[in-house]
Design a protein around this ligand. Sequence first.
Ligand SMILES: NC(=O)c1ccc[n+]([C@@H]2O[C@H](COP(=O)([O-])OP(=O)(O)OC[C@H]3O[C@@H](n4cnc5c(N)ncnc54)[C@H](OP(=O)(O)O)[C@@H]3O)[C@@H](O)[C@H]2O)c1
Length: 210
Amino acid sequence: MNTVLITGATAGIGLECATQLAPGRHLVLVGRSPGRLRAAAERVEDAGAVRVDTLVADFASLASVCELTGQVRAGYGRIDVLINNAGTVYADRTETVDGYEASFAVNHLAPYLLTESLKALMVASAPSRIVFTASTGHYRGTMDFEDLQYRYGYSIMKAYARSKLANVVYMRSLAAELEDTGVTVNALHPGTVATDIWSRAPWFTRPSWL
Ligand SMILES: NC(=O)c1ccc[n+]([C@@H]2O[C@H](COP(=O)([O-])OP(=O)(O)OC[C@H]3O[C@@H](n4cnc5c(N)ncnc54)[C@H](OP(=O)(O)O)[C@@H]3O)[C@@H](O)[C@H]2O)c1
């Protein structure tokens, strides 16, 4: 039975993905809200998962991500598929408890830390797969190493694009590093999907059909 760990499993693309992957599989759903995780687990169980576990982690806190990686390493002998899907946008510049610009922290630093911490487990689980839900928005992203945290000139889309560019750059370097290990590493653009993410964005950045 395959074990699939998916972050951002409580809404939108992550919840739908977990539901579609459920039949015959063991799903590990990661989210920041115990209540939303319970509801997601019920839906995934109803969709035919053999086993569903839920793990709570707030990606706006690196300590919380460290706790999550500890739980995964202690709790599971193998992970067949790791789906780094959790992501968000911030209308105004926000800092996390660790002092990082929040879109960069939630969308890139957290999945980076999670994946690096689980890399040995993914290699031991080969053939296995690591997937990033990225975005074509990354083409508009830039890296300014003098001001990676957008202390100057913040905009919701610029910060989001930078975080998604970081996903793609990391994915490419990880894919090269893990070549020949039996771990495949990919990123995808899901298309423009009517999810909660747009409710946090100003109207002029939303798709016209929303
Ligand atoms: N929708 C699109 O058109 C689109 C296009 C390109 C790429 N994407 C990417 O697709 C991925 C999923 O987005 P979506 O559209 O499905 O958005 P969504 O409906 O807002 O779902 C985002 C998921 O991430 C979780 N999340 C947000 N902040 C978190 C935090 N601090 N800690 C832990 N989990 C957190 C959310 O948890 P809660 O349920 O607790 O909020 C939710 O489960 C993102 O990486 C996004 O960049 C989306």
